[in-house]
Design a protein around this ligand. Structure first.
Ligand SMILES: Cc1cc2nc3c(=O)[nH]c(=O)nc-3n(C[C@H](O)[C@H](O)[C@H](O)COP(=O)(O)OP(=O)(O)OC[C@H]3O[C@@H](n4cnc5c(N)ncnc54)[C@H](O)[C@@H]3O)c2cc1C
Length: 580
């Protein structure tokens, strides 16, 4: 077996070694198995056992910390997702005594490690499994609202796309929050100074040597550069980097940036958490579900959680931070008596703080599934099956792009579109994305039971401007897909494959609506009294509690949300450390 393993390509070998490392670290394999496999992969015995010593020590540290849960932490971070890992990693690095609480398991499943399998996690125990209430605006369809449930959160099950928000988005936040620290210039300093470990050419827009691995899609299939050639033919700007200068311009097309290294997902646990996992001041509790906050005399002093079937209480000397994502952060706030008084009363929950906007302002990006072309040969998916993309405005008067066109290397169709058109198996899609939605929904409690799913009323496409924007994006997808540059890869346009009058196009938009799973906004930041948190991310009207995750976005950024959630985690860490 050994010689076979040594013959593996270098990339695969390094991926398998990384996987073994994480498995030993998380205790899902034993030291003996680790040594056997590491030797088979060509690591010498001294190197393998030194590595095993380090990993064993880190795991022993976490086991010991989990067994000794008495006493106070400085900070309790609830949720080890994208923002939570970023925040907890930074705080532990700075020496604070941190507890990080995660309902899901460690991030060692092959479908997490291999970016090409990301969609295999949907509907499993690594997904919270929420589904938005059917509304007329999407023709009564129930649209899934997946969110990650594992260490790494969304960054463990997402499509690995790393894309940063444009200037208009962040300067808008700074205005809303009344603090320039949330603006684009400050964010660019963080991205270039300490967040990114960019693998492309040096640029004033890109950072090298930071925590987050980011590279241009490696070895994409030929339909990806063909899409960019088509965009160029249509007079749309095409660049070498979807981040960088595009953020200050009208939009543009490029190959995507991804958090994939040697074929392996580098999630935010890899970036921020594992580098400090051996520290005695960090306790990570997995499979531990936060059920509510403990509030004493107007101050949040700890949390209650379910662990191994029993309730535990943890106390924080400085503060508690909620990083549970845009569906479960408002749920835990409401279960703790922080929300709309009348709504809480319906569930018999005593009000601690009347905060009517908790759970409101829910929004997400719409992904249309989809315009589909039959290909002459089966498409070989690469990376996370989405390698080329572009942002553009449906109206040049807009201050930021509202459309995101995404190429997907399979016939991506919603339930309704799949049923109506029966797309061929050998096909690819150009999907119309709505990235500046005006429709707003809400998250509400279904019951006072913390293990019950909350009710997500997304109200997708309920604002007519969203339908108009999506109709323009469908036109753009069809122009690109039917451009001569795509001809070698397109036998025919299979979906819709016919002219659509405005009414039919609006129906096509409503029937095709699915989402990117970029839920945000339910604990919005603002300087106004109604906002749930201020620019310091502290919950207004209550001491000892901050929100650090996608919930705080007052208006969704006009791109995929992971990079912005890292930015929020970094800003949160700065605020906690500065004691602001
Ligand atoms: C399938 C999918 C594909 C996506 N693709 C992309 C992409 O390619 N690029 C991109 O930029 N973005 C993508 N996103 C979105 C991005 O991943 C999220 O916006 C981002 O992860 C949100 O970060 P967060 O910190 O707000 O929440 P999350 O990352 O969701 O973290 C919340 C964490 O809290 C935990 N938690 C929740 N409730 C409890 C509780 N009661 N007790 C304890 N723990 C709890 C969760 O298990 C989770 O780990 C995708 C998301 C999904 C689901």
């Amino acid at each position: 077996m050994g010689s076979v393993m040594k013959d593996l390509g270098e990339d695969l070998r390094s991926t398998l070694l990384d996987k073994l490392e994480t498995s030993l670290l998380c205790g899902t394999i034993r030291r003996r198995q680790f040594l056997q496999w590491s030797l088979a992969l060509g690591l010498g015995m001294p190197a393998a056992s030194a590595l095993a010593d380090t990993l064993d020590a880190a795991r022993a540290n976490q086991d010991a910390r989990a067994k000794a849960l008495s006493g106070e932490f400085d900070i309790i971070v609830c949720g080890a997702g994208t923002s939570g890992c970023t925040l907890a990693g930074r705080l532990a690095e700075a020496g604070l005594k941190v507890a990080l609480i995660e309902a899901g398991d460690w991030d060692t499943a092959p479908s997490i490690l291999d970016p090409g399998q990301w969609f295999m996690n949907l509907g499993t125990e690594r997904d919270w499994g929420d589904v938005a209430v059917p509304t007329a605006s999407v023709n009564g369809r129930a649209i899934a609202s997946h969110m990650g449930r594992a260490v790494g959160g969304g960054s463990s099950i997402n499509a690995t796309i790393w894309v940063r928000p444009p200037r208009a988005d962040l300067d808008g936040w700074a205005e809303t929050a009344g603090d320039k620290a949330w603006g684009y210039d400050a964010a660019l300093k963080l991205f270039t100074g300490r967040i990114e470990n960019w693998q492309g050419p040096a640029s004033p827009y890109r950072g090298k040597g930071g925590k987050v691995w980011s590279q241009v899609a490696a070895d994409p299939p030929p339909i990806a550069p063909a899409m960019l050639a088509a965009a160029r033919n249509l007079g749309l700007p095409v660049s070498d980097d979807l981040n960088g200068a595009r953020e200050e311009g009208p939009g543009g097309f490029a190959l995507m940036n991804q958090i994939i290294k040697d074929g392996r997902r580098m999630n935010m646990a890899q970036a921020y958490l594992y580098p400090v996992i051996d520290r005695p001041n960090l306790t990570v509790l997995t499979r531990t579900r936060v059920t509510r906050l403990v509030v004493e005399n107007g101050r949040v002093v700890g949390i209650k959680a379910l662990r191994d079937g029993a309730e535990i209480t943890l106390r924080a000397a400085r503060e508690v931070v909620l990083s549970l994502g845009a569906i479960r952060t408002p749920q835990i706030l409401m279960l703790s008596g922080i929300g709309d008084r009348a709504h809480l009363a319906q569930h018999g929950i005593a009000s601690v703080l009347h905060a009517p906007e908790v759970g409101r302002n829910f929004h997400d990006h719409i992904l249309h599934g989809g315009c589909i072309w039959e290909s002459p040969e089966p498409v070989k998916m690469k990376n996370s099956a989405a390698n080329a993309s572009g942002f553009w405005k449906s109206d040049p008067a807009f201050d930021r792009p509202d459309m995101n066109i995404v190429q997907i290397e399979l016939p991506y169709a919603s339930d309704a579109i799949g049923k109506e058109y029966g797309p061929p198996a050998s096909a690819w899609a150009l999907c119309a994305g709505l990235v500046d939605p005006k429709s707003r929904g809400e998250v509400r409690l279904a019951s006072a039971d913390p293990t019950a799913k909350p009710v997500v009323t997304a109200s997708f496409l309920s604002d007519p401007r969203d339908v108009k924007s999506q109709m323009a994006a469908i036109d753009l997808c069809r122009q690109i897909g039917n451009d001569p540059a795509m001809k070698p890869y397109a036998k025919r346009e299979a979906v819709p494959g016919k002219a659509l009058d405005p009414d039919a196009k609006a129906q096509f938009v409503r029937n095709g609506a699915t989402t990117f799973f970029h839920q945000v906004g339910t604990a919005r930041m603002g300087k106004d009294d109604g906002a749930v948190v201020g620019a310091d991310l502290k919950v207004k009207g209550l001491a000892g509690l901050r929100i650090v995750d996608g919930s705080i976005m007052p208006r969704i950024v006009t791109c995929a949300t992971m990079a912005t959630c890292v930015l929020i985690g970094e800003r949160g860490a700065d605020l906690v450390l500065a004691g602001k």
